[in-house]
Design a protein around this ligand. Structure first.
Ligand code: SF4
Length: 247
């Protein structure tokens, strides 16, 4: 069980921050095999919050091979800035070779993002979660129609198996995008420089674009697809409750 540092929740500046710290404290107190999934601005907020609670923050990130150069550099910024153990996960080389050989590098534009995301994101995530009992995400309820009912804690129905239950924590579920950026500015949290170029939700380079001030942030992701399909499988139960038993 992780040792919880004493300053933790006492340092909270807003009710939302206090709530997120309480969720994280509970998560780290209950689970030894737990880690933060890192990709976007929300996740650095989580790391900043967690660093106030535990001495070393366990973090993993999915290196799809298609991230922006800025994102790779940003990963190193985060590694140097915080006391993290950062695991960078790669896709299975054979699966990836087969996909590229058979369908090329942009099959998602023709077939939808499902197959490419399954190889570059879902399989590495499933591999990592097999060694964890809980994970922590930066999902917010207001990010997409698929996340409207997002709880702060849920059984992960997509990645649990018959023998291995996995819990997912969403400490920022009630935060807005404004809350996230208020926190980043207040605490001088490092962020991906792409945000200053109009990118709001940042994923893989070919599947992410800047959005205007009056567009929803998810309009910058997989813009050729229906909003209800804009989950890459990391959070598949947002779309439909499922349980993958032998996955
Ligand atoms: S976001 Fe795009 S490039 Fe990245 S894994 Fe999914 S489909 Fe592939």
């Amino acid at each position: 069980m992780a040792e919880i540092l004493s300053q933790g929740i006492a340092d909270a500046s807003t009710p939302g921050e206090e709530h997120a710290l309480a969720v994280l404290e509970d998560a780290f107190a209950r689970f030894d095999r737990i880690a933060i999934s890192f990709s976007g601005a929300e996740d650095v907020v989580l790391i900043d919050l967690a660093a106030r609670l535990v001495k070393r923050v366990p973090v993993f990130c999915l290196d799809t091979g298609r991230l922006h150069a800025e994102t790779y550099r940003f990963l190193e910024t985060v590694r140097e800035h915080y006391p993290v153990t950062l695991e960078v996960l790669s896709p299975d080389a054979d699966d990836l070779s087969r996909l590229v050989r058979e369908k090329g590098l942009f099959s998602f534009l023709r077939d939808g993002h499902g197959e490419c995301c399954a190889i570059r994101k879902i399989e590495p995530l499933r591999r990592r979660l097999a060694g964890l009992d809980a994970w922590i995400t930066g999902q917010r309820a207001d990010q997409n129609v698929t996340r409207a009912d997002l709880p702060v804690e849920q059984d992960d129905l997509a990645f649990s198996t018959a023998d291995h239950a996995i819990v997912k924590f969403n400490p920022l579920s009630t935060w807005t995008g404004t809350d996230v950026w208020d926190y980043i500015r207040r605490r001088d949290v490092p962020y991906n420089p792409l945000h200053d170029q109009g990118f709001r939700s940042i994923g893989c380079e070919p599947c992410t674009r800047p959005v205007g001030p009056h567009q929803h942030e998810r309009e910058g992701r997989w813009w050729w697809e229906n909003p209800a399909d804009k989950e890459c499988g990391l959070h598949a139960q947002n779309v439909a409750p499922i349980r993958i038993v032998n996955g």
